[in-house]
Design a protein around this ligand. Structure first.
Ligand code: PRP
Length: 183
């Protein structure tokens, strides 16, 4: 799906396919250097991270393993509570492993903060986070994120895995959603 297919539902393109490809390439280079002597396990968080994972791991100049988790808030409207439950757990035993969580976006930081704490309880060698997007203004909790693609303003963004009501994940670019769609 291209930007023009969204018509008036897309306000502004923030990052083109080329912007994303280039930045993920830079992050991949940095990660590969940092983990030069380590065997890294990439952990993606469904569903938003699928595009980032697919492109990021292909940008790495060597073989890596990946695994996935799916999490959900307890009840409805409680996302901001940061209380999540695991819908799909890792298949991999991460004890002693170097884990790199791959995410599409960090908003309040609550989801990732919970996931990191959960993963740390399994005694991995390390847990770091790589996210394509981060909204510094939306942060509700301090979270140490080692790799950040782009910092963005506190706007509703869609595309490249990011959805509104499960739509627009297949938009090639990342852009801001027009307010008339969600208000
Ligand atoms: C998004 C994103 C993160 C989380 C970030 O997932 O992929 O996991 O929200 O928000 P936070 O920093 O405020 O916790 P979402 O719950 O929308 O599910 P999805 O990945 O299936 O789109």
């Amino acid at each position: 799906m291209d930007a023009e297919h969204m018509g008036a539902d897309l306000d502004e393109i923030l990052f083109t396919e080329e912007d994303i490809r280039q930045r993920l390439g830079e992050l991949a280079e940095q990660v590969w250097q940092d983990y030069a002597d380590k065997d890294v396990l990439l952990v993606g968080v469904l569903r938003g991270a699928i595009m980032v994972m697919a492109d990021f791991m292909r940008a790495l100049p060597g073989s890596v393993e990946m695994d996935w988790m799916a999490v959900s808030s307890y009840g409805s409207g409680t996302k901001s509570s940061g209380v999540v439950r695991i819908l799909k757990d890792l298949d991999t035993d991460i004890s002693g492993r170097h884990v790199l969580i791959v995410e599409d976006i960090i908003d309040s930081g609550l989801t990732l903060s919970w996931i990191r704490t959960n993963l740390l309880s399994r005694r991995p060698a390390s847990v770091e986070i790589c996210t394509l997007l981060r909204k510094p203004e939306a942060a509700k909790v301090e979270i140490d994120v080692r790799y950040v693609g782009f910092e963005i303003p506190n706007a509703f963004v869609v595309g490249y895995g990011l959805d509104f009501d499960e739509k627009y994940r297949n938009l090639r670019v990342i852009g801001t959603l027009a307010p008339h769609v969600y208000s």
